[in-house]
Design a protein. Structure first.
Lengths: 674, 161, 593
């Protein structure tokens, strides 16, 4: 239980956790203190001076962002003096800022605009001045217009804290500017176009490049959802207008820097309306795909599936929703009556590790292990994990990287252990037991032969010291990781490559017959591929059905193509890698005639003479509700799960990348890499 | 100083030994930048990139820190800093011509430095010696009344070692 | 040759060097060799470079001591050296007309030298000279026979207040530093002196580096710290060199490093060279700079004594503060306290500059009147002009008008009249100085040195400067003075650090005392001191003009018309007000108004 203190803000008695700053404490009490440079979750820097408030007993006003609550404090946030100060500050900022609010894209969510209104300032009372800095719009994602910049430094702090380190202050005084290293365009810097800076910018200095005349902020409907493009499953906020997605931002409240999403999640939505988007079913006639009706397409599929029976195979991506997975399993097992249904999860994880994965709050951990993982914002492999780890390190946590291959994140690690991962983990456990951590006898004896090194000792010492260690592991190394976690904390988490990997496993979409790989080589009588899988060539099969949102290379070689909705067009749930159920609403309607996966399965079953009921939330919850208990297990690195994460993630997102601005990124990064 | 050979512990000195590795690397930054500038006369981009890799220190931050302090330059500075006064008095007395001639002779534009780092050419507002117009300064030494004859002398003076 | 022991001391402070001190040394060396003095007297005749003696206006100052008899020469250049050597050293007959006169005596009379006691007396590069002059006795005493709290008590008794400007009681700062427990604590000496025209700290670091180090050792003992930094701006290469030399000498002698004076006490000092940013004189910015960051001040959630450099407890004092410490330890807190006023003990060093006869470096007891400083020590205003104001505290300070000349110089009374003690800059302004222009000069400085972090300082000072620019350019508007006052008071109230909070001071204090001058600029479009170029008009007094044509030839913009031997005329449309005609006219026929 956290300690609380009692104080008075604007005559209101407020209880706030000890150590909280006045800004947040006031917010808790429903009192907004104006600010431009404050970012929730980060240390106040006192740059904008807008949050000056008065504390009884103190002569000079204090900044709320960097003053902690104290018992009995009496705070006044709206005295005449502070109102005058705030007006003065806004007046000064306005003297450097364009006054084109009528056409400004940020109008409506611009904090400066809000405060100018609040303090009755139509324009600055000082001579106005603009620098006329050039605009950086050489990329299709982020437009930087320094003339709007108020130098609050939020973007710099966000970029730095998540470890991307692209934006920085340059120069000083009135000539300060926020730029990349040596003032290069973004694409020539280390920028990954995650757009965190855009979310953090309180004005129009940083915005999405495609926003001009795409609707005003107040016309947007904002819907919270989840990005399903990789294993992270990040929360997003989708802004829509007239049934179209206009922008996606990270799913954190405005003015907070807590959440990260990557360029895929933020800018990949153009693919919804890409040329390759499937809007009607297709069938192959004389070697060529032609459009057809749902009725026709489903009839053909139903016939083929019936014909194939137990020799039919279903393979699915793990980026589908829980409800889709449940329905698919019913279709395969109960209607088609085959035991061959599997997902892409089997390429990189075993179901056990995903099921046993624990819950933990990375923002509370003081020591992070990355075991066999190579997250990278720059390679876009689990970029949000990379950002979260780096942010945590910047706030004082330690990092131990254990990987037999080179990783970039090891640059910021306190200890980096190369070489065989299993022996390194065993070493850490052995040293930790020797130094006094209690362990199961079995575990103790299984590590006794291992030789320790200086680096292992260091890692072990960190582990012993740590109060809240958290272990992120690749699924292949989960057993070893879980053994380590038994010594302390039991916070061990396997990180899959797809968003609903744990969900599809829990929903039972794990094969009872042939595996994913076997179905590709064993000449199935009919092969039904759901979602985007890492396959470009038609596997050897008599009949290929591809159900996807886009016309992929594989779909081109299919006999029947069924158009499915994207994750923004379909409602349901996923279960992320920590077992948290996340809800996705139908943000927009499916394009053309495309339908959600589950609707297609239900229709198909109906044609085949069976009824599958729509899965209910209770059904999903029941399937998710499993009891796991960690206990010592043999140390093994599981074989056959070593698919390249980067290739995997790129290929399951091929349609998103090729059907959106992200293609520019891929091509630009290639040229720069050369 | 070779960036690749920097010994962080040596640079931070006895007083910094208790710092963490990251603090040490940060702590030597300004000192190292001073050394790089001492060796090169400015902070060359490639050296800064190497420094960034050597110290695992973001390049953006190196530029940011360096740009805060007046001492550091990102562009080479010439041995001779030539400033041509463009104040009204000098202007009406032919400062523009002087500027053009100097630009031609040294193949350099105002605000830039010659490739051999001999000359940096700049223009300035009135320096308060209108009686001597047109004037220029060479490493802060004022050269006044630059007639066409004196212009040759000025150019010779700039060329001198 | 008259005596057995001859000492030649040449002033090599910043002023001495600027006046050609090196050449004078070389000239003496040459003469001593030529005249075979070296050969015949050997070590009995010695040549010493010494730190600043103060009276920079009369540099190069040379002192010749023969058998203890001291003679000071002023304004010495290399050409004068042979005669001095021949007549004084060899002939025992001092060169009377070059001996420092009344000014020098007056200059010295009211000064009390504590911090500067060694400056101008000992060779700063010679550690033995420092030790012979009593150096390191205080450190020895502190380390061998005093407890940290005894040291703190002594400093508290002395009433010494921080000489960097804010005047925080040093003893209290140390007490807090001692009370906070930590495995690592830092002592930092702030030598980032950056006020334009101020060179107090520079003179001490260059002229008596060991006193600073000794002060730091004592502070380290008092606060149980073992690590020290001296932050010196890179623009002071000689100070860096001398301090480094002094540190090396101390390490060699065991006065720094491990087990100092065999007491088991360890203390190390490292010099950190600033890279050119005035704001780094601010404590938090200075610490960020040592940490390798941009020198941006950070809000003081914690006092430095609790969380300073690298988040460790840190005691930071200015150069002059540290240089006072050894004397306080040796002579006792009461001795120091009694030198000053009730609320501020001791002496303060000022650099006295501007339109004053005896400009230079002075050290006076706190509580002395401004009048004594200007007239008794400084010798009054040059050229019989009248005093207008004294600017103290540099860009953070204010102007004190002539009418308030009898105020006592200490922290409180200066603050009361709208100025500050500051680090010790003292600029004397007379009737030829425009107060608006002076305010603009200081604001230009702070505005350019603003780090840019907080809004009021970054944008506010720029806006103030723009207003001052338009006033001095003759485009001032009704209401500008009020706007300046408004801006100034808000910037003062809302800025993040001391630089911003004090930036408006020069403007606010000149408005307070010289509002009429501002009004003259705005309403009458006139600069009473005839300084602001755009507000001056040049015209030719017909009766005086002989029509010689000198002005016509000299005018850079051909704005003067007229035929020979007839009065000329200036075309005000073309005139760029450069004043060349005024300078060349031999008949005083040009009217500047």
């Amino acid at each position: 239980m956290e300690k609380t203190v009692k104080l008075t803000i604007d005559g209101k008695e407020v209880q706030s956790p000890e150590g909280m700053n006045l800004m947040d404490a006031a917010e808790l009490a429903g009192i907004h203190i104006p600010n431009l440079c404050y970012l929730k979750g980060m240390k106040g820097i006192g740059a904008c001076r807008l949050c000056l408030i008065e504390i009884e007993g103190l002569k000079a006003p204090m900044i709320a962002c960097n003053t902690k609550v104290r018992e009995g404090m009496v705070v006044n946030t709206k005295t005449e003096k502070v109102q005058e100060i705030r007006k003065f500050i806004i007046d000064l900022i306005l003297s450097m800022h364009p006054l084109d609010c009528m056409t400004c894209t940020k109008a409506g969510i611009c904090n400066l605009q809000k405060y100018a209104y609040e303090f009755d300032l139509k324009e600055s009372s000082f001579t106005r001045k603009k620098f006329g800095y050039p605009v950086d719009e050489a990329n299709p994602f982020i437009k930087r217009d320094p003339d709007y910049c108020i130098l609050c430094g939020r973007c710099v702090r966000v970029c730095k804290e998540q470890g991307t380190n692209v934006l920085e202050f340059m120069g000083r005084g009135i000539g300060s500017k926020i730029v990349t290293a040596n003032d290069k365009p973004l694409q020539e810097s280390e920028c990954t176009f995650c757009g965190s800076c855009v979310d953090s910018c309180p004005v129009n200095a940083l915005l999405e490049a495609d926003r001009w005349r795409k609707g005003r902020e107040w016309e947007y409907e904002r819907i919270n959802s989840v990005c399903l493009l990789c294993g992270n499953g990040c929360e997003i906020t989708v802004s829509t207008k007239d049934g179209r997605v206009q922008k996606i931002s990270s799913g954190a409240p405005a003015g907070s820097a807590e959440k990260y999403i990557c360029a895929y999640g933020r800018f990949g939505f153009d693919c919804i309306e890409a040329e390759t988007r499937l809007t009607s079913p297709m069938k192959k006639i004389d070697g060529e795909l032609r459009g057809t009706t749902w009725e026709d397409a489903l009839k053909i599929v139903a016939d083929e599936l019936k014909k194939a029976g137990k020799d039919a195979g279903f393979i699915s991506a793990a980026g589908i929703l829980n409800e889709d997975a449940l329905t698919l399993k019913k279709l395969a097992r109960d209607v088609v009556k085959t035991r061959n249904f599997d997902t892409t999860v089997s390429l990189y994880a075993d179901s056990d590790s995903l099921k046993k994965s624990q819950r933990a709050d990375i923002d509370r951990s003081d020591l992070i292990f990355l075991l066999g993982l190579n997250p990278s914002q720059w390679e876009r492999v689990l970029p949000a994990l990379d950002a979260a780890v780096r942010r945590r390190i910047n706030r004082g946590a330690k990092l131990v990287v254990i990987n037999s291959s080179e990783t970039r994140i090891a640059d910021v690690a306190t200890v980096s252990l190369k070489g065989d991962e299993i022996s390194n983990i065993k070493g850490i456990i052995k040293v930790a037991i020797e130094k006094g951590l209690k362990a199961d006898k079995k575990l103790e004896s299984s590590v006794k032969d291992i030789e320790s090194t200086e680096e292992i000792e260091k890692a072990s010492a960190l582990f012993i010291e740590a109060k809240q260690p958290i272990i992120f592991s690749s699924p292949a190394l989960f057993e070893a990781a879980s053994n380590l976690s038994l010594l302390k904390g039991k916070k061990v988490i396997a990180i899959p490559l797809e968003s609903n990997a744990r969900g599809v496993v829990l929903m039972g979409l794990t094969t009872e017959g042939k595996t994913y790989r076997e179905m590709l080589t064993d000449k199935m009588k009919a092969l039904y591929v759901v979602g985007e899988v890492p396959l470009n060539k038609r596997p050897d099969t008599d009949f290929l059905i591809v159900q996807n949102s886009h016309l992929t290379g594989l779909a081109r070689e299919a006999d029947v193509v069924l158009p499915s909705a994207t994750f923004l067009e379909s409602a349901g749930t996923i279960t992320d890698f920590m077992g948290r159920m996340k809800y996705l609403p139908e943000v927009i309607e499916p394009q053309g005639e495309s339908k959600s996966h589950r609707d297609i399965f239900i229709l198909l079953a109906k044609i085949m003479g069976s009824t599958i009921k729509r899965p209910t939330e209770a059904e999903v919850k029941k399937a998710s509700n499993i009891k796991v208990k960690l206990s010592p297990v043999p140390f093994v690195k599981k074989e056959g799960l070593d698919i390249s994460p980067q290739e995997m993630i790129e290929s399951i997102n091929a349609s998103v990348i090729n059907g959106s601005r992200l293609l520019w990124l891929k091509e630009t990064e290639k040229t720069i890499a050369v | 100083m070779k960036v690749e050979e920097i010994d962080v512990d040596e640079q931070i000195g006895e007083v910094g030994q208790i710092l963490s590795e990251a603090e040490k690397k940060k702590g030597i930054l300004i000192h190292v930048l001073q050394k790089i500038q001492e060796d090169n006369g400015y902070l060359p981009g490639d050296v800064l990139s190497n420094l960034s890799k050597k110290l695992y220190f973001p390049l953006s931050e190196i530029y940011s820190v360096a740009s805060f302090y007046k001492q550091f330059h990102f562009k080479p500075r010439g041995k001779k800093i030539v400033k041509i006064c463009m104040g009204t008095a000098c202007y009406v007395r032919g400062a523009k011509e002087i500027l053009n001639t100097v630009e031609e002779r040294f193949n350099v534009k105002a605000g830039e430095t010659t490739e051999d780092l001999a000359v940096t050419l700049e223009t300035v507002g009135c320096i308060g010696c209108c009686g001597l117009a047109p004037v220029a300064t060479v490493n802060d030494e004022v050269k006044g009344e630059i007639s066409s004859k004196k212009l040759d002398r000025l150019i010779k003076f700039i060329k001198e070692e | 040759m008259s005596g057995d022991n001859i000492k030649i001391k040449i002033c090599m402070g910043p002023g001495g060097i600027a006046a050609g001190g090196n050449d004078v040394i070389e000239a003496f060396k040459g003469q001593l060799t030529n005249q075979r003095i070296n050969a015949s007297f050997g070590e009995q005749c010695s040549l010493h470079q010494v730190g600043c003696r103060g009276l920079c206006a009369k540099d190069v100052l040379v002192e010749i001591i023969i058998d203890g008899k001291e003679t000071i020469y002023e304004n010495i250049n290399p050409e004068k050296v042979p005669r001095i050597v021949k007549e004084h050293i060899l002939g025992d007959n001092p060169v009377k007309e070059w001996i420092a006169g009344e000014d020098y005596d007056n200059f010295k009379k009211k000064q009390i030298k504590v911090v500067l006691s060694h400056c101008g007396e000992i060779d700063p590069e010679d550690m033995n000279a420092y030790i012979e002059a009593g150096g390191y006795k205080a450190a020895h005493k502190a380390l061998t026979s005093m407890s940290p709290s005894e040291i703190v008590e002594t400093v508290k008794t002395s009433n010494l207040r921080g000489r960097g400007g804010a005047g925080f009681p040093t003893g209290l700062k140390w007490e807090l530093g001692l009370r906070i427990k930590s495995d690592v604590k830092y002592v930092i000496c702030n030598g980032d002196e950056g006020d334009p025209g101020a060179f107090m700290d520079r003179s001490v670091m260059e002229g008596d580096p060991h006193s600073v180090i000794e002060g730091m050792i004592i502070c380290a003992k008092a606060t149980e710290s073992h690590k020290g930094y001296i932050y010196v701006r890179a623009e002071y290469p000689l100070a860096v060199k001398r301090l480094q030399q002094a540190i090396d000498q101390c390490l060699q002698k065991g006065y720094l490093g491990k087990n100092i004076f065999d007491t088991g006490f360890d203390f190390d000092i490292r010099i950190f060279q600033g890279a050119g940013a005035f704001v780094c004189g601010e404590a938090t910015a200075l610490m960020r700079s040592i940490e390798g960051k941009r020198g941006m001040p950070t809000p003081k959630l914690w006092r430095s004594a609790e969380k300073g450099l690298w988040e460790k407890p840190t005691v930071l004092n200015n150069v002059e503060t540290f240089a006072n410490i050894p004397k306080i330890i040796l002579n006792g807190g009461d001795w120091f306290r009694n030198l000053g006023t009730e609320r501020s003990g001791g002496t303060k060093v000022f650099s006295l500059t501007g339109n004053i006869k005896n400009s230079g470096l002075i050290e006076v007891p706190l509580g002395i009147s401004l009048r004594e400083i200007i007239y008794d020590i400084g010798g009054g205003i040059e050229g019989g002009r009248s005093l207008k104001a004294v600017q103290t505290g540099g860009p953070s300070g204010g102007c004190i008008p002539a009418a308030l000349l009898d105020i006592e110089v200490d922290y409180e009374s200066l603050a009361k009249v709208g100025s500050i003690m500051g680090s010790g800059g003292m600029v004397v302004l007379d009737e030829t100085n425009c107060m608006v222009n002076t305010a603009k000069f200081f604001l230009e400085f702070t505005q350019a040195e603003s780090c840019g972090k907080c809004t009021p300082c970054r944008i506010g000072t720029k806006r103030m400067l723009e207003i001052l620019e338009r006033i001095t350019n003759g485009n001032g508007k009704e209401g500008d003075i009020e706007l300046l006052e408004d801006l100034g008071s808000h910037i003062r109230a809302t800025s993040l650090c001391g630089l911003g909070m004090t930036a408006p001071n020069p403007v606010l204090s000149t408005i307070r005392y010289f509002r009429d001058e501002y009004e003259a600029h705005i309403k009458d479009r006139k600069c009473p001191a005839l300084v602001c170029r755009n507000l001056i008009t040049y015209s030719i007094i017909e009766e005086e003009c002989t029509g010689c044509g000198a002005c016509k030839r000299a005018c850079p913009v051909d704005s003067i018309r007229g035929v020979r031997k007839k009065p000329h005329k200036i075309d005000p449309e073309l005139c760029v007000k450069c004043g060349t005609c005024f300078d060349v006219c031999k008949f005083k026929a040009i009217l500047k108004a």
